[in-house]
Design a protein around this ligand. Structure first.
Ligand code: ADP
Length: 179
């Protein structure tokens, strides 16, 4: 028998805490598609930690601090949501915060290949952490942070796709550069 088969539960499950899920991503900026996944996560898990990846190789529109603040604002008063940042291996971060689940959103088949690869790699790195995929409501399956930024920059209406505060911040960012 290969030792990996008997999955030893560590983290929150081992300690007898509630089920904690980590929802990692760039969130540059958070969209209603992300919020839809977080809401679904809260229906299944006791707590959801939104973990923003700090990646010096990427050039985000919003700083990490701005992204944290935008998500915190959306979940003001919701004790079961935590917003945090991380760098390095996601599975190490998950173990550190006592999470036994990684949540990822699947919009379309095009997301699948990359997400599947990541899930299997993460399982190889840490068999105690399970990846759970969640599908958003129909209306959000085409929404991405990248597309929201592009459409907004070109003058398109994104009001149904992002929280009000995100729309305001987009206007401030692009307003300064474009006008
Ligand atoms: P990443 O750079 O890790 O893809 P994103 O912020 O773009 O970061 O996405 C984080 C997670 O949220 C990913 O699992 C992504 O598939 C999911 N996601 C993003 N937009 C949506 C959406 N509209 N509906 C469902 N899931 C989404």
């Amino acid at each position: 028998m290969n030792g990996r088969k008997g999955v030893r539960r560590k983290g929150a499950a081992r300690r007898g805490g509630g089920s904690v899920a980590v929802y990692p991503g760039s969130f540059d900026p958070v969209t209603n598609g992300h919020l839809d996944i977080i809401t679904r996560g809260l229906a299944v898990f006791d707590a959801v930690i939104i973990a923003i990846l700090v990646n010096p190789q990427k050039h985000p529109l919003f700083t990490v601090e701005e992204r944290v603040a935008l998500i915190r604002e959306a979940y003001k008063g919701e004790a079961r949501v935590r917003v945090d940042t991380f760098s390095g291996l996601l599975v190490d971060y998950a173990e550190r915060v006592g999470a036994s689940v990684i949540v990822r959103g699947l919009r379309a088949v095009s997301d699948f290949e990359y997400e599947f690869q990541m899930a299997l790699m993460n399982r190889r790195l840490d068999p105690n952490i399970e990846t759970v995929f969640m599908a958003p409501a129909d209306g959000y399956s085409y929404v991405s942070s990248r597309l929201v930024k592009e459409v907004f920059q070109l003058g398109g209406d994104v009001s149904a796709l992002v929280p009000k505060l995100v729309e305001r911040r987009l206007r401030e960012k692009y307003g300064k550069a474009a006008r």
